[in-house]
Structures are given as structure tokens and as C-alpha cells.
Ligand binder design. Structure first.
Ligand SMILES: Cc1cc2nc3c(=O)[nH]c(=O)nc-3n(C[C@H](O)[C@H](O)[C@H](O)COP(=O)(O)O)c2cc1C
Ligand code: SF4
Ligand code: SF4
Length: 447
């Protein structure tokens, strides 16, 4: 059986699944149950704030959701307006100390958010070190609501200079490993990631939640969740944010200024496959919140067995075998092969004659699917641009596939002969590009 063992910042974990800083890690009771359920790697404790009166959460609904399908599964995502922990600092610190003592082999990482001044950071780091939580600290520069209005969370994460400054304070006042958790509420993730690296961060984790309004109550004319007739933007997470998170992870992993910094991938991880995808793009491990909140702690057991079976099938003996394997395949559009030609093909045996592919292609794509009177659907190769829309709307998986034309075959749509592999062109060599250089070789990897 494959070894799921993973190492992150020198922290050895029996598997790469960590719980993200959020309600599942808000108290000792939860964290103990999480460890017992198999969250082998570690937990990032719910974000702690300064000593003194804790923050106050709303006492009405704090979540909004986008469901998918009739069974109300959380296919879209979850939105929340919760703040950092609303339990006193000393209570959290006592609990962390007890948990760490009872689980010395597990990583307890403490998430932190205090005002953007050196003294409060110095003070809280001293307190955290006393707990024995040697996993490290995660700096919450990502929470987009409530705390951001107070100059913390994403208000810091959106200003690379602040990220660097606070990270430097943390490294100056503590020897604990320091993970900087990044906000996706920014136009280019590379600036904050570079700032974290420049400040001395040992790793970055991403993403925190995305600014969002999930629904509007049309009777009350107010966004939901609604508190006494009013709503506010919240942080979106869950399956819907995974594509956004994976792109940001890949950007950091492949950019020469940020490549090499360890990444903890977060955002919509619900199955073993989600985790494998994040890791293939360069994340050394993953953190999970919404899936645990939706299905309970035991969801990790399916993640563990699924990842293990997949690794066995692929012949990977350790997670390090495939971490970052897909990173070199992420490139910029201009480096894609424009001579790669495919055509849609419908397997008539599998087709249930629903007509979705026809409607999609006829109305919104390239009128490349023919429908006979007895509802036989066939692709017209001389019209098909290979956009893949029919594949995506077909309800029968595998019924429509894309066939690649071999070198020497003629593309019936353009009349062009598919060139030999060595003669393929990207936009950088293409004759339609006024700035093309026909002598330029294909550059891979976006460098
Ligand atoms: C209710 C709720 C509270 C959260 N609180 C925190 C927090 O205190 N600190 C933090 O860094 N992230 C917090 N997060 C963000 C999660 O740690 C995570 O980054 C995000 O939910 C994306 O992961 P997911 O799609 O697996 O949920 C919170 C998320 C939710 C849903
Ligand atoms: S791939 Fe695009 S153009 Fe071709 S048949 Fe399907 S929807 Fe139409
Ligand atoms: S969408 Fe799929 S199943 Fe439906 S008609 Fe087209 S090929 Fe057949």
C-alpha cells in the first residue's frame, strides 16, 4: 500500500490532510475528535486574536450556501460572515497546550491575527511558544469580512508591503515555522506571495475565502445571511472556489520568483482527487474546511483510502513522487500548440438522444452537429472547431470524445494538413500573428 506520509516544513505527517483554521479547529473537543478520525497531518487552530475581550460574532445566521441538485448537496459553496475565534485567548492557549501534550506526534499550527503593529505580534508569539505548539504559526492575512474593516486579515493581505513587514516581525520574534495564508481577493497572487517570501516566510497557504454575496432574499430585498433585515459580503469557500485556488497555487509554483516556497493548498478540497490535483500543481499538502463542515470529520477516511488506491494504481510510492508533476505543464496561452487538431465524435451506442449537444452547438457554438429526423446525432467535421462544449453538456460521460488528427491528416474545416510534430506552431510562430518569429522554437513552461 502506498505511503501517504508527507513532510511540510519539516513536520512529518502520516497523511497530507490538514484541517484548515475554521470552526472545525475552534476548540479542544473538535481537534481531539479530528485527530481520532484520522486527520493525521495536523490542524491549524482557529485564528487567535489579541488578549482582552474577544471579538463578538453575530447572533443570527452566519452562513449562506449554493446547493446543487435536488438532494441539496453543497456543490457550489459556503459563504460565511464569522470572525476569528470568539473565545478568550487564554482558554484557547490552555487547550492548545493540552492537545499538544496528548498528541506530540501531530502538528498543531496556530493561526494568528492581531493589529498591524510589532508589539502585539511579539506578545502573542511569546504566548504561542509557551503552548508547545511546535508546528508553527499561520498568519491570517486573508479573512475578508469584519476583521478587514479593522485593518487586519485581507486588509493586510492586499498590501504586499504589510505582508512583508509583519512576516519580518514574526521571524524576528519567534523561531517557529511561519506560514503566510494568502487572500484570493487580489488581482495577482504573485505580489503577496513574493512579499511573504521576501519577509522570510517558510511557506504560504492559500486560499482564504473569496468576497461574496451568495443570495438575495427577494421578499425582504436583502442579501443573505440576513441579520435583522441587513446583510453583508462574506467569505466564499467550498467546491466552487477550487478552480480559483488551484490556479493561484500553480501561479506561485511555476513563477521563478516564487517557485520553491512550500505551498499548503486550500480551497474546496472534498475528495482524494481534489487533493491529488492540488498536489500535482505544486502543493505539498492540503487543508480542508468546508468538506469537514459538510460531511463531518470521517470524510478524511475516504480521502485517505482514495489517495492510497490511486497512488498504488499509478505506482507512486510516496506523495513526493507526484507533488508538482503537473506544474511544468501549466503554461501561458501563447505557448499552446495551434496545430493540435481534434474533432468531436459521438458514440451512437451510448447516446440517449437527449439532444443537449445539438442545442448547445446549434444555438451557441458552431452548428457542427446534425440531427436526423429519427434523432441520430452526428458531428460535421467540416464545421467542428473542437470547442468541447458538446462533451461538457452531454449527460452521458464518455459518450462524446475528442479524436486527435494525426500528422498528415486534413482538417476538413480549414483544409490545412496537420503538420509533423516538429513543425507545430504556437501563436509566437503563427503567420497570423504580426509579431510572430517563425524561427522561434516552442517554449514550454511559461518561462
Ligand atoms: C465558517 C468559517 C470560518 C473560517 N474562519 C477562518 C479563520 O478563523 N481563519 C482562517 O485563516 N480561515 C478561516 N476560514 C477559511 C478556511 O480556513 C479556508 O481557507 C477556506 O474555507 C477555504 O477552504 P475550504 O474550501 O476547504 O472551506 C473560515 C472558513 C469558514 C467557512
Ligand atoms: S466540439 Fe464544439 S463545435 Fe465541435 S461539435 Fe462539439 S460543440 Fe460543436
Ligand atoms: S448530449 Fe450526448 S446523449 Fe444527448 S444527444 Fe448528444 S451525444 Fe447523445
Amino acid at each position: 500500500m502506498a505511503d501517504l506520509h508527507s513532510t511540510f516544513l519539516g513536520i512529518e505527517s502520516p497523511n497530507p490532510f490538514w484541517l484548515a483554521s475554521a470552526p472545525p479547529t475552534d476548540k479542544e473537543y473538535n481537534v481531539r475528535r479530528a485527530f481520532e478520525a484520522g486527520w493525521g497531518g495536523g490542524v491549524v487552530w482557529k485564528t487567535l486574536g489579541e488578549a482582552g475581550p474577544p471579538v463578538v460574532n453575530v447572533n443570527g445566521p452566519r452562513y449562506g450556501a449554493i446547493h446543487g441538485g435536488a438532494d441539496r448537496r453543497l456543490l457550489g459553496g459556503l459563504n460565511n460572515i464569522e470572525l476569528i475565534t470568539d473565545r478568550p485567548l487564554e482558554v484557547n492557549l490552555e487547550e492548545i497546550t493540552r492537545v499538544k501534550k496528548d498528541y506530540p506526534d501531530r502538528a498543531v499550527i496556530v493561526s494568528l491575527m492581531v493589529p498591524c503593529e510589532e508589539e502585539p505580534w511579539k506578545n502573542i508569539l511569546r504566548e504561542v511558544e509557551l503552548t508547545g505548539a511546535d508546528g508553527g504559526v499561520e498568519l491570517n492575512f486573508g479573512c475578508p469580512h469584519g476583521m478587514a474593516e479593522r485593518g487586519m486579515g485581507s486588509a493586510v493581505g492586499q498590501v504586499p508591503e504589510y505582508i512583508q513587514m509583519v512576516t519580518e516581525w514574526v521571524k524576528k520574534h519567534s523561531s517557529l515555522p511561519c506560514i503566510v495564508k494568502l487572500t484570493p481577493n487580489i488581482t495577482n497572487i504573485l505580489g503577496p506571495a513574493q512579499a511573504a517570501k521576501a519577509g522570510g516566510a517558510d511557506a504560504v497557504s492559500l486560499i482564504n475565502t473569496i468576497n461574496s454575496i451568495t443570495s438575495v432574499n427577494l421578499d425582504m430585498m436583502s442579501p443573505e445571511p440576513m441579520i435583522d433585515g441587513m446583510g453583508t459580503h462574506g467569505g466564499y469557500c467550498g467546491p466552487a472556489v477550487k478552480p480559483i485556488a488551484m490556479n493561484m497555487v500553480a501561479e506561485i509554483a511555476r513563477n521563478e520568483k516564487t517557485a520553491g516556497i512550500p505551498i499548503s493548498g486550500i480551497g474546496g478540497v472534498t475528495t482524494w482527487r481534489d487533493a491529488a490535483e492540488f498536489m500535482a500543481l505544486g502543493a505539498a499538502n492540503v487543508q480542508v474546511c468546508t468538506a469537514a463542515m459538510t460531511y463531518g470529520f470521517k470524510v478524511v477516511q475516504e480521502m485517505i483510502s482514495g489517495l492510497s488506491q490511486w497512488m498504488d494504481a499509478k505506482g507512486y510510492t510516496s506523495t513526493a513522487d507526484f507533488v508538482g508533476m503537473a506544474t511544468p505543464k501549466v503554461t501561458d496561452w501563447q505557448h499552446l500548440n495551434l496545430d493540435h487538431v481534434t474533432k468531436a465524435e459521438i458514440n451512437q451506442d451510448d447516446c440517449i438522444k437527449c439532444g443537449r449537444c445539438y442545442a448547445a452547438c446549434e444555438d451557441t457554438s458552431h452548428q457542427a452537429i446534425d440531427m436526423s429526423e429519427d434523432r441520430v446525432f452526428t458531428v460535421k467535421d467540416d464545421e467542428c472547431v473542437a470547442c468541447n462544449l458538446c462533451v461538457n453538456v452531454c449527460p452521458v460521460e464518455g459518450c462524446i470524445t475528442m479524436r486527435q488528427l494525426a500528422p498528415g491528416e486534413v482538417d476538413e474545416r480549414t483544409g490545412m494538413v496537420v503538420p509533423a510534430v516538429d513543425d507545430k506552431r504556437t501563436w509566437l510562430q503563427h503567420p497570423n500573428n504580426p509579431s510572430a518569429d517563425p524561427n522561434m522554437c516552442i517554449v514550454r513552461g511559461g518561462q
